[in-house]
Design a protein around this ligand. Structure first.
Ligand SMILES: Cc1cc2nc3c(=O)[nH]c(=O)nc-3n(C[C@H](O)[C@H](O)[C@H](O)COP(=O)(O)O)c2cc1C
Length: 384
């Protein structure tokens, strides 16, 4: 590692000027105040601990945040569809910006689609999906955090899809009112937009299924509406082209996601963000051809847009990826759970590797970790 790691240099994504290239990946922590799925003081402390001013991330991407009551798929995730939720988030963004106006935080906009249980849906209705095929994954529906099966979804009617596009637009406007610096559209990990994108899951026969152009129609309509609401230069989009999470399948991820990336670039989005893997020791060999092709398709179409890479990066691997031109910034997830001041640790240790605190998986999710959810959340110390 050189004495001034590239990770610690500024980067500009559209209108977002990040003071370093260590970005915080979106992390669901299930610690919203219940009932109401409301962000609160404990969440503000958690995000502040990880902000750039505290030696943390140059840009924080919030935990995935349901855009509407139907968009929820897990217990105690904070939403952005009620006034109380907007006020809760406003307190968080105000806390970060009051500490330092250069602190950046964007909201990840989420619709889970078929990955949900009737217990989490208004009127105990079935979750919504591209088809009525259930997700074989599990979720949690109460504070016990016991995993239960996802329910069989109801296939969205053609005329309902523009309504969900409008829900995304309204959520982006609420995120703006809540003081966020931008938004990230959650198009990854086999939630609703990804369910429409992939040919192994989208078996529809209307204008939202079949050909690649049809499968991208809904995700691109969302990207256009959100860009219109917030300004494209403050919008990012997350994909996970090689993931098989929640039994996702696509017959040609390089083609599917390059076309999506190109179209997102043409809209002038600030950044494209990809979950490349969760485990670098078992790397999918397709990564070496697929990811550069997708990143290039985006950047060719959006010359001011940047590519943000994520997935089991150590600081050393991240530095290497930046120096090779593989990515413009690296999003860290689990390392920032247990090392809130990750950038500070890297700066202190350079040119050798920083000493990192390991994360505790048992406290990833849950409002009952400790008495109030603080265990494994706000109690990881900064370095001496
Ligand atoms: C506890 C936890 C919660 C997560 N929540 C989200 C989420 O809300 N949205 C999302 O896009 N990815 C989510 N992910 C995936 C991470 O953003 C990231 O892709 C993954 O952890 C791999 O990156 P890492 O090796 O740096 O942790 C989550 C991962 C973990 C461990």
């Amino acid at each position: 590692m050189p004495t001034q790691p590239r990770l610690l240099t500024p980067v500009r994504a559209g209108a977002l000027h990040a003071t370093n290239r260590i970005w915080m990946a979106p992390l669901t922590r299930s610690r919203a105040r219940m009932p109401g799925n409301i962000p609160h003081d404990l969440n503000a402390l958690y995000y502040l601990q990880r902000a750039a001013s505290e030696g943390g991330a140059g840009l924080i991407i919030s935990e995935a945040t349901p855009i509407s009551p139907r968009a929820h798929g897990y217990y105690a995730t904070p939403g952005i569809h009620t006034d109380a939720q907007v006020a809760g988030w406003k307190h968080i963004t105000d806390t970060l910006h009051a500490r330092d106006p250069n602190n950046l935080i964007v909201l990840q906009l989420w619709h889970v689609g078929r990955v949900s249980n009737t217990a989490l849906q208004p009127g105990n209705a079935p979750p919504l999906g591209p088809t009525n095929v259930p997700s074989r994954s599990k979720t949690y529906i109460d504070p016990s955090m016991v995993r239960v099966d996802n329910s069989t979804p109801r296939a969205l009617r053609t005329e309902e899809i523009p309504e969900i596009v409008e829900e995304f637009r309204a959520a982006a406007l609420r995120a703006k009112a809540a003081g966020f610096d931008g938004v990230e559209i959650h198009g990854a990990n086999t939630y609703l937009l990804d369910q429409f994108t992939r040919d192994g899951m989208n078996l529809r026969t209307d204008i939202y299924g079949g050909s690649l152009a049809n499968r991208l129609r809904f995700p691109l309509a969302v990207a256009a509406a959100v860009s219109d609401a917030f300004g494209p230069d403050r919008v990012g989009y997350r994909i996970s082209p090689l993931s098989e999470h929640h039994d996702a399948r696509d017959s040609n991820p390089a083609e599917t996601f390059s076309e999506l990336a190109k179209q997102l670039g043409a809209l002038g989005l600030a950044y494209l963000h990809a979950v490349e893997t969760w485990n670098r020791t078992e790397l999918d060999p397709r990564i070496h051809s697929t990811i550069p092709q997708i990143a290039e398709a985006f950047k060719n179409a959006s010359p001011r847009g940047i590519y943000v890479a994520n997935g089991d990066y150590s600081p050393e691997q991240a530095e290497h990826a930046l120096s090779q031109g593989w990515a413009d910034a690296i999003a860290f997830g689990r390392p920032l759970i247990s090392n809130p001041d990750l950038a500070h640790r890297i700066a202190q240790a350079a040119p050798s590797q920083p000493k990192l605190t390991p994360w505790d998986q048992s406290t990833f999710y849950g409002i009952t970790c400790g008495k109030d959810g603080s265990k494994g959340y706000t109690d990881y110390p900064a370095a001496e």
